[in-house]
Design a protein around this ligand. Structure first.
Ligand SMILES: Cc1ncc(C[n+]2csc(CCOP(=O)(O)OP(=O)(O)O)c2C)c(N)n1
Ligand code: SF4
Length: 533
């Protein structure tokens, strides 16, 4: 492989490493800040596809790995919750070809509904975790992750954070030779891959043994680095926090951990002993602090107030100084708003005018909560609008129950609304229920990705299409309507009122293409020779 140096974001570096390592299939579900990994992988010539959701993406990745080929699965941190079920069991069955799962965390919630720390999943599922701190490490560690996965036959978690995903640094490719991937080939191995209790019990023990071996390897050869400095201050850190710590205290001795689970406890102990004061600088949860203290290593951690939001150089200086005085409030930016001409506007105008109780969901349309609409009463996680709406319908007094509607985007409906619709059909509230699917023909919020409802693949080529009205009718739902609320606001209002009056379930598909995506979609359709809807 030729050596090249280029300026890459962390996401691009992961994609480049996956390509250089011969990853056979990249699969995932969009989510900021991870989305660009698969888009880049496809652009570079890799085989990449969007799954309906993260659970399916991981399951496909597991299948690729069981077939002996290399797979990359990408998602944002909350996606790991959706993929947690297969994750915890593939931790037992293990991988054959490399299985690397990127989970991109969003400390500070630039574009997320929570700031959970993916490192907890590594410890909880018993899966090794690597954490790059810049694009070069994103590239190098991805190659390491593939090596670890195939050496111990384990899935590997790869934690990135917003700044590592999106910042660009120089990356030198092609320096480390990568063992070539094996040909995909099915070899039967029932006790390893069929996790009935009889096989899962020894598999759990085997997984713990492998973790112990990996911990030992991490001590000796792991991607960790000690930077000698003043003996009076030692900093244990990982990921992007390393960059902040270096700038905040250039004189300090630093232990930068690249593999944070299983942690190299003895290396941490020796390092802590070598300095007068040892402090852990990490974003998110006090994960490394807890790992160190559990092993009896005396380290300082950050004060609780620094658990919230992203770290930066200034905040790290404050942590080092033990400064717990209130921080200056960031200058408020312009509040986000739906685009002028956005098709969601007509829907939220009607929801507000009718003063409905709106169980909402996640997407551009979450902005329906902002003025001038303020027409969203709940937002929990992708797909939750339907269940939450049904729960309210089941229990509110009848005059309130009849005002409840669930509102969900098209990509979100495919991701995790389908089973909610089954619940709606199966456990119908006495007053019925109304679901509005906002079909703007794209996954707008994360940058216009395709999904099964668009009928186009990740590379925008034509494929099978999930037709929402057909799905609803196939579930024996009688009241299924398709309308463009922007074109016919009065018709939409009348339809909604009528649907709320009857004690039955109704699905209203509010269909109009996202204004920003419309031109591009017309172009894809022209190429496909298809008719625009
Ligand atoms: C489990 C999970 N995966 C991914 C995301 C990131 N995300 C938030 S909403 C969304 C989809 C939005 O698309 P759609 O429902 O079509 O609404 P639109 O933005 O087009 O209005 C995605 C991918 C998330 N919040 N949670
Ligand atoms: S990107 Fe599209 S869906 Fe999102 S606010 Fe703008 S017009 Fe609406």
């Amino acid at each position: 492989m030729e050596c090249v140096t280029s300026l890459l974001s962390g996401d691009e570096a992961v994609a480049a490493a996956a390509l250089d390592a011969g990853v056979s299939l990249g699969t995932g579900y969009p989510g900021t800040p991870s989305t660009e990994i698969l888009e880049t992988f496809e652009r570079l010539g890799g085989r990449a596809q969007w799954a309906p959701n993260e659970k399916v993406a991981l399951e496909v990745g597991i299948g690729v790995s069981f077939a002996g080929a290399r797979s990359l699965v990408t998602m944002k941190h909350v996606g790991l919750n959706v993929a947690a079920d297969p994750l915890f069991t593939v931790a037992y069955s293990g991988a054959n070809g490399a299985l690397v799962i990127v989970s991109a965390d969003d400390p500070g919630m630039a574009s997320s509904q929570n700031e959970q720390d993916s490192r907890r999943y590594a410890a909880s599922a018993g899966v090794p975790m690597l954490e790059p701190s810049d694009s070069q490490e994103a590239y190098d560690f991805m190659l390491r992750a593939i090596e670890i996965s195939e050496r111990w036959h384990v899935p590997v978690l790869f934690r990135m954070t917003t700044r590592v995903c999106h910042s660009k640094t120089l990356v030198r490719q092609g320096v480390t030779p990568v063992p070539p991937p094996r040909e995909a080939n099915f070899v039967r191995d029932i006790p390893t891959r069929v996790m009935i209790p009889a096989y899962a019990r020894p598999a759990h023990r085997n997984m713990r043994n492998k973790l112990a071996q990996m911990a030992e390897w991490n001590e000796q050869e792991g991607p960790n680095q000690t930077i000698a400095g003043s003996p009076s201050l030692g900093i244990i850190t990982s990921g992007i926090s390393y960059q902040f710590a270096r700038e905040a205290a250039p004189e300090a001795s630093v232990l930068k951990l690249g593999m944070t689970y299983p942690p190299p406890v003895e290396t941490m102990r020796q390092f802590a002993k070598s300095v007068e004061r040892c402090i852990v600088i990490e974003d998110g949860d006090p994960f490394l602090v807890e790992q160190a203290r559990t092993a009896g290593i005396a380290v300082e951690g950050k004060a609780e107030m620094y658990r919230f939001g992203e770290l930066n150089v200034g905040r790290v200086r404050r942590i080092l100084a033990g400064d717990c005085t209130p921080e200056a409030k960031p200058v408020p930016g312009k509040p986000p708003a739906l685009c002028v001409g956005c098709p969601h506007r007509a829907v939220f105008t009607t929801l507000k005018n009718l003063d409905l109780i709106v169980a909402g969901d996640i997407g551009c349309y979450s902005l329906g909560v902002m003025p001038p609409f303020q027409a969203m009463d709940s937002l929990v996680c992708m797909g939750a609008s339907i269940g939450v709406g049904l729960g309210m319908r089941h229990t509110l007094p009848p005059e309130q129950a009849r005002r409840v509607v669930s509102v969900i985007g098209d990509s979100t409906f495919v991701h995790s609304g389908l089973t909610g619709l089954v619940e709606m059909m199966y456990n119908t509230p006495e007053s019925g229920h109304v679901l509005i699917i906002l079909d703007n023909g794209t996954t707008a919020m994360t940058g216009m990705q395709e999904h099964p409802g668009t009928g186009r693949r990740l590379d925008h080529s034509h494929t099978g299409k999930l037709v929402f009205e057909d799905v609803a009718r196939a579930m024996a739902i009688r009241n299924v309507h398709v309308i463009d609320p922007t074109k016919d606001p009065k018709g939409f209002e009348d339809l909604l009122k009528k649907s709320l009056e009857i004690p039955e379930i109704s699905v209203i598909i509010a269909r109009r293409t996202c204004m920003l995506a419309a031109r591009q979609i017309r172009e894809y359709e022209r190429c496909d020779g298809q008719q625009s809807n």
